[in-house]
Unconditional design. Sequence first.
Length: 198
Amino acid sequence: MTIAHFPSAKTLESFDFRFQPSADHKLVKELATARFISQAENVLILGPPGVGKTHLAIGLGRAAVEAGHTVLFVSATALIAHLSKAEGEGRLGEQLGFYAKPKLLVIDELGYLPFEKRSAHLFFQLVARRYERGSILLTTNQSVGQWGTVFGDDVLAAAILDRLLHHSHTLLIQGESYRLKQKSAGLMGRENPERAPA
């Protein structure tokens, strides 16, 4: 768990499927077995901000560790920063090897910031290196149709998607933000915290 660098101690048991009924509980239970990792399959979790994508990513990552797999969690922005720095220092191959090593690489929050063209090429190199060798679990707030904008290149986005989606499971969450729910409950006062905002 320490090596995985999870940002918080979220678990699948603490995920509120009643609040997010669009999250496929059956698929999450199947993914929690970590069988997809043995097949070097990928997982894409898509949805707007605040719906629990990171919570599920951490929970599935923890389940993978408990099943005996090596896992590394990193945000998309940190990943690109590390790869760009390594490239500038002439050790890109070493850094790509570092991110290729875990059986499961969890990349969180892809799409919140668009990539520069060089960064998109670095991301492609990592995806290509892990293709059919190791699993990627990726969370994003962008539909796959918007990835050309994220990567600044439709052809490159298609090449990345081709490898990610070839052997993959997709979990789409369409619901309200947990954070906005908590914030609106606080704004409405303590007497009726569950009351829906106007």
